[in-house]
Design a protein around this ligand. Structure first.
Ligand code: CP3
Length: 350
């Protein structure tokens, strides 16, 4: 499926071209959570706002945070600075973040059958996010692909049900067994809301979208289609109904062999894989179907040294016969030394 590299036709946005199945001489690179606490300049602007969700809703600060990693490292993609939990927030479930602990929401009450949520997502509340997109777009170099995103319904719903992060997502898994009709309703609300939110992002100017199913690993083999694959497919189809041809990357973290379902059943243009996935397997099974994104262990970047170069080389070599986007297998961690990120980018660029 991969078209050969055509050096006489230099590509304006190498990452977008890769999503279209056009392999590049070197893989384009961006890093999940590239705008964040490992950057001193992020920590500085972050200190201007007490409340993380308000930071996400401040176009000045969010624009600056989106652009910081591009200025410093020249990544091939910028990812909108926001959070997956702005969707529940805009559905009326107030989200806050506790320092060093994580998100907090008033947990949904099953008996209330979603009466505590708005029927439709409040796009007005998300206007600052769309404004951020417009500002970033004006400031980005023309070769940089601009990625918008949302969380997949299962992952977002797990926070809405538990009111916080939970080990192995036990609360939502129990709801899936005890109250499947309720969960269907919640997932449906999130599908419709995510379509509106992502269409707003496309209108405002992003080039492509990533859907984060961070808790794919909590699903069983039969549950994954019902609670993750089909809702994601509905979102992708729904966005494309209004904006045909919209490009999607889908990331089913921890999904093992189910990465194949994300590649072949969601309609996404590329599949992102976590660090536990064997590149040899992904090259054989996934890459013939879709471009692959990934999959260096974030802690290999923390450790640095010769092993970092070796691991990066091995991933590039493994995926070298088809379209590949270099990335980590999950988000970069705050402890990562900047020099190691520089080393990695240099190595990937060759
Ligand atoms: O570079 C980027 O990716 C910036 C945009 C971004 C953030 N969160 C900013 C953020 C994106 C794409 C996300 C996605 C996100 N948020 C996911 C899916 C990806 C993943 O990591 O699995 C999830 C599950 C969340 C929910 C979330 N947001 C949690 C659990 C936390 C607290 C834990 C933590 O990492 O701090 C957040 C907060 C958050 N979102 C921060 C940032 C930069 C740190 C908060 C801060 O700076 O004070």
């Amino acid at each position: 499926m991969a078209n050969p590299v055509n050096p006489s036709n230099p590509v304006e946005k190498p990452l977008l071209a890769t999503l279209e199945g056009r392999q590049q001489k070197r893989p384009p690179i961006w890093i999940m959570r590239q705008a964040g606490r490992y950057l001193p300049e992020y920590r500085e602007v972050r200190s201007l706002s007490k409340n993380f969700i308000e930071f996400c809703y401040s176009p000045d600060l969010a624009t600056e945070a989106t652009l910081q990693p591009i200025r410093r490292f020249g990544f091939d993609a910028a990812i909108l600075f926001s959070d997956i939990l702005v969707v529940p927030d805009a559905l009326g479930q107030n989200v806050s973040f506790v320092e060093n602990e994580g998100p907090r929401l008033p947990p949904l009450v099953i008996a209330k059958n979603l009466s505590e949520l708005h029927g439709n997502i409040d796009l007005q509340r998300l206007n600052p996010v769309f404004e951020t997109i417009g500002r970033v777009k004006e400031a980005l170099p023309k070769e940089t692909t601009f990625l918008g995103f949302c969380g997949a319904p299962w992952t977002v719903a797990s926070y809405m049900i538990a009111g916080k992060g939970t080990p192995e997502q036990a609360p939502i898994r129990l709801v899936a067994y005890r109250h499947p009709a309720y969960l269907e309703q919640l997932i449906d609300r999130l599908v419709v809301s995510s379509i509106s939110y992502l269409c707003g992002q496309v209108e405002a100017g992003v080039d492509a979208l990533q859907i984060f199913e961070s808790f794919a690993g909590a699903l069983t083999a039969d549950g994954v289609e019902q609670w993750s694959i089909r809702p994601i497919k509905r979102i992708i189809d729904g966005v494309r109904l209004r904006y045909p041809g919209t490009k999607f990357i889908v990331f089913g973290r921890g999904s093992g062999v189910n990465h194949l379902k994300y590649a072949s059943l969601t309609g996404a243009d590329a599949v992102a894989i976590d660090w536990s996935t064997d590149p040899a397997w992904a090259v054989e099974v996934l890459q013939p179907i879709k471009p692959v994104q990934g999959n260096l262990d974030p802690l290999a970047v923390v450790a640095g040294g010769a092993q970092l170069d070796q691991k990066a080389d091995a991933i590039i070599e493994a995926f070298s016969k088809g379209p590949h986007i270099f990335n980590l297998g999950h988000g970069i961690v705050p402890e990562t030394p900047l020099a190691h990120v520089e080393q990695l980018v240099k190595r990937v660029r060759g």
